[in-house]
Design a protein around this ligand. Structure first.
Ligand code: ADP
Ligand code: MG
Length: 322
C-alpha cells in the first residue's frame, strides 16, 4: 500500500512547485486571509504553508491524509462548477506519502489544536498542541524515500522559479488575500490585500502602474476583466501572460492568439505584452481535462469566447492613449 501511495503521489506531486500549489490552494479553500509560504533550498528541504483559515478538527486532520476521503466530486464534469480549488482529495495524502510532514491546525472555536507528524504516510505522532487559528503544513525533504525522484529535481534556481510561477498565479487570482513568500530567511514577496492593479504593481514593480490598460466586457456567455500591458512596455521575453478561467490559471494557445491579435501592428518587433485577464463563464460551457497537472480546458463555443477576448482587448488598447 505504501508503494501504491508513492506511485499515486508521483502523479500529483512532481516537484516542490506542485506541492506549493496544492497547499496554497487548500489555504484559499479554507478562506484564509493571510497565506505565508516559507522555503528552504527552493522547497527541497522545507516548504511550509501557514494560513489563518478555518482549520481542522482532530478527526478532520486525520481524514485529510486519507486518499479520496475528502473527494468532492464523482465525475470530471464537476470540476470548475465547484467553488473550491480542490476536488480530488489526494493532495495531502500524496504529499504525506513522499515527505516528512508536520501538520498543525486549529479551528477558531477550539482552544487547542492538533499536531500530526507523518513520515511516508505513517503517523508518528498525534497530540494536542497550542497554536494559532488556521493551519500550518511543513513538508520536509520531499521525495526523501524516492531517491530517483529526488535526484531528478532541477537546480534550486530552476525549482524556485517554478514555485514563483505558482505563487504569482495564485496571488494574482486572489488580490484580496495577503501573501508572503520567504526563501531561506529572505522576504521575497510581501503582498497586502488590495485591488488587482495594486497586486500587479506589488508583484511586478512600480513601472507597471502606468502601463496598465483596463479591460472589461460582458456578454451573455462570458464576463471578462483584467489588464493589458500597453504595447511599448512589451518585453523581449515571454512569461508575463496570465489567463484565468473562473479564477483558475489556464494555458490556452487559442485565447492567447486572440489577445495577440488585438495587439497586431502595435508591438515592437519580437516582444510579448504583459496581460492578466480573467474570464468568468458558466462551468456548463467548458470541458476540463482533469489530469492534476494539466491546466487546459475546452470551451463549447470556442469561437464565441475568442471573439469576446479579441474585442475586449482591442477596446482596452484603443481606449487608452498609447
Ligand atoms: P482536496 O483539496 O482535493 O479536498 P486535499 O488532499 O488537498 O484534497 O485536502 C484534503 C482535505 O483536507 C481538504 O478537503 C480540507 O478539508 C482539508 N484541508 C487541507 N488543507 C487545509 C487547510 N489549509 N485548512 C483547512 N482544511 C484543510
Ligand atoms: Mg486540495
Amino acid at each position: 500500500d505504501s508503494i501504491a501511495n508513492q506511485i499515486a503521489a508521483g502523479e500529483v506531486v512532481q516537484r516542490p512547485a506542485s506541492a506549493v500549489k496544492e497547499l496554497m490552494e487548500n489555504s484559499i479553500d479554507a478562506d484564509a486571509t493571510h497565506i505565508k509560504l516559507i522555503l528552504k533550498e527552493a522547497g527541497k528541504t522545507l516548504l511550509q504553508v501557514i494560513d489563518d483559515g478555518k482549520g481542522m478538527s482532530e478527526t478532520d486532520a486525520r481524514m485529510s491524509l486519507e486518499r479520496h476521503a475528502t473527494s468532492k466530486i464523482r465525475s470530471a464534469e464537476d470540476l470548475f462548477t465547484l467553488h473550491t480549488m480542490g476536488f480530488r482529495g489526494e493532495a495531502l495524502a500524496s504529499l504525506a506519502a513522499v515527505s516528512q510532514m508536520e501538520l498543525k491546525t486549529r479551528p477558531a472555536e477550539q482552544e487547542l489544536g492538533t499536531l500530526l507528524v507523518v513520515e511516508g504516510s505513517d503517523v508518528k505522532r498525534q497530540e494536542p498542541v497550542a497554536c494559532d487559528k488556521g493551519t500550518s503544513i511543513s513538508v520536509k525533504n520531499l521525495f526523501y524515500n524516492i531517491p530517483a525522484r529526488r535526484n531528478f529535481l532541477k537546480s534550486n534556481a530552476n525549482e524556485y522559479q517554478h514555485i514563483v510561477d505558482e505563487f504569482q498565479r495564485l496571488a494574482l487570482a486572489h488580490p484580496d488575500v495577503a501573501f508572503q513568500l520567504i526563501e531561506t530567511d529572505t522576504i521575497e514577496y510581501d503582498l497586502h490585500p488590495g485591488k488587482l492593479s495594486q497586486r500587479i504593481v506589488s508583484i511586478f514593480g512600480k513601472s507597471y502602474q502606468e502601463q496598465l490598460a483596463a479591460c472589461q466586457e460582458e456578454t451573455a456567455l462570458v464576463k471578462m476583466t483584467g489588464y493589458l500591458g500597453k504595447p511599448h512596455s512589451a518585453k523581449k521575453k515571454r512569461g508575463e501572460q496570465f489567463l484565468f478561467v473562473n479564477k483558475r490559471f489556464i494555458r490556452s494557445a487559442y485565447l492567447n492568439h486572440a489577445v495577440m491579435s488585438a495587439y497586431e501592428g502595435l508591438l515592437p518587433e519580437n516582444t510579448f505584452p504583459f496581460y492578466v485577464l480573467f474570464i468568468e463563464i458558466d462551468p456548463k460551457h467548458i470541458d476540463v481535462n482533469v489530469h492534476p497537472t494539466k491546466t487546459e480546458i475546452k470551451f463549447d463555443d470556442e469561437r464565441a469566447v475568442y471573439a469576446v477576448v479579441l474585442s475586449a482587448a482591442r477596446q482596452a488598447l484603443g481606449a487608452h492613449n498609447l
